[in-house]
Design a protein around this ligand. Structure first.
Ligand code: NAD
Length: 333
């Protein structure tokens, strides 16, 4: 039996992970912590409410973190907590550095003081900067960090802090850098739910002028299995990339949303790019596949169509969230 602290547990990936872990490891105890920012949705944990202890709190609150680690004899910490929306970071970068860097450092320090068997950091492909659209390169775990936006820089800084706690204090850390996730329960500011909810509300889909920009996509359930694999089989001190090699442009995503909902391509509207809009990310994920035996399982097109249908069938989940985002897309103009 293992005792876990999962932070950012009411968010998109964190809540999927808590549901996944409790289903796979029913004897483990899970403390699900979340600051419930605009992006945190406590009802995401409703189906496991009797299985986990929910704590409303901030990873930057070192006293609270130490108390939780001691009270629950936590062995494994999985840190999903973050400000995660690139567009918001353009307008309000300070909150990204506060949570993603200083918050992570505070959580790491609590782990160092109390002692844990594993600290796992959820990171992103975006720390490496971008690739040319026609590049035949893919980022490896050894690629240099070249973040280009405040969100990416804050995540890159957090990774450096995590590694500094490994090298300086011997904290047993692991990091996964993941491709773009998609699936149910993603806050409707992110591109797939943004397009789906706009389409379902009879509105236009705001497609950036650089609609050819590519993203690598991974279904959130594959992501949860990858994190589980790293927690169970990964080596302390190591970083693992989590990707599928499947790329699709923002324009292709918009077309698929409209096709699945039986709507006309005329619903697309070109909008100016976000400043610092990265062209392309692609991860080389050989290490987690070869060394730990993880493989993604959800095919992209069927996973994407099923996700779009989920938004069509679950208006009551996303409608109350529409007014909560602190910015509207394009607010930097
Ligand atoms: P999300 O915005 O849906 O969830 C983040 C959660 O963290 C929210 O519930 C929020 O309330 C909580 N939170 C924010 N600040 C906090 C704080 N100070 N203390 C405690 N909780 C706090 O984001 P997500 O898409 O689920 O991303 C989760 C993690 O995965 C993030 O670290 C993100 O950088 C990383 N990631 C996401 C993707 C993706 O495609 N979504 C890809 C790679 C990496």
């Amino acid at each position: 039996m293992t005792s876990l602290l999962v932070t950012g547990a009411a968010g998109f990936i964190g809540s999927h992970f808590v549901r996944h872990w409790t289903a796979r490891h029913p004897d483990d105890t899970v403390v699900a912590l979340d600051a419930l920012t605009y992006a945190g949705v406590e009802s995401n944990l409703a189906t496991v409410a009797d299985r986990v202890t929910f704590v409303h709190g901030d990873i930057g609150d070192g006293t609270l973190m130490q108390r939780l680690l001691r009270e629950h004899r936590t062995e494994v910490v999985v840190n999903f907590a973050a400000e995660s929306h690139n567009s918001l970071a353009v307008l309000d970068p300070a909150r990204f550095f506060r949570t993603n860097v200083l918050g992570t450092q505070s959580l790491l320090d609590a782990c160092r003081q109390v002692g844990v068997e594993r600290f796992h950091q959820i990171s992103t492909c975006e720390v490496y900067g971008d690739l040319a659209l026609d590049s035949d390169e893919a980022f490896t775990e050894e690629s240099p960090y070249r973040p280009r936006t405040p969100y990416n820089a804050s995540k890159a800084a957090a990774d450096h802090v995590v590694r500094s706690y490994r090298d300086t204090y011997g904290l047993p850390v692991t990091i996964t850098n993941s491709a773009n996730n998609y699936g149910s329960h993603q806050f409707p500011e992110k591109v797939i739910p943004l397009f789906a909810t706009r389409a379902l509300n009879g509105e236009r889909l705001p497609v950036y002028a650089s609609s050819d920009n590519q993203r690598e996509w991974i279904h959130v359930l594959d992501q949860c299995e990858a994190i589980e694999t790293v927690l169970l089989k990964g080596l302390p001190g190591e970083t693992y990339h989590v990707g599928t090699g499947v790329e699709a442009s923002v324009g292709q995503i918009a077309d698929c949303v409209l096709d699945e909902l039986g709507l006309s391509a005329a619903r697309k509207e070109t909008v100016p790019d976000r400043p610092g809009h990265d062209r392309r990310y692609l991860l080389n994920s050989d290490k987690i596949r070869d060394e730990l035996g993880w493989e993604p399982r959800v095919p992209f097109e069927s996973g994407l169509r099923e996700t779009i249908r989920w938004y069509a069938d679950n208006r009551s989940w996303w409608e109350p969230l529409l007014g909560r985002s602190p910015i509207a897309e394009g607010a930097w103009k």
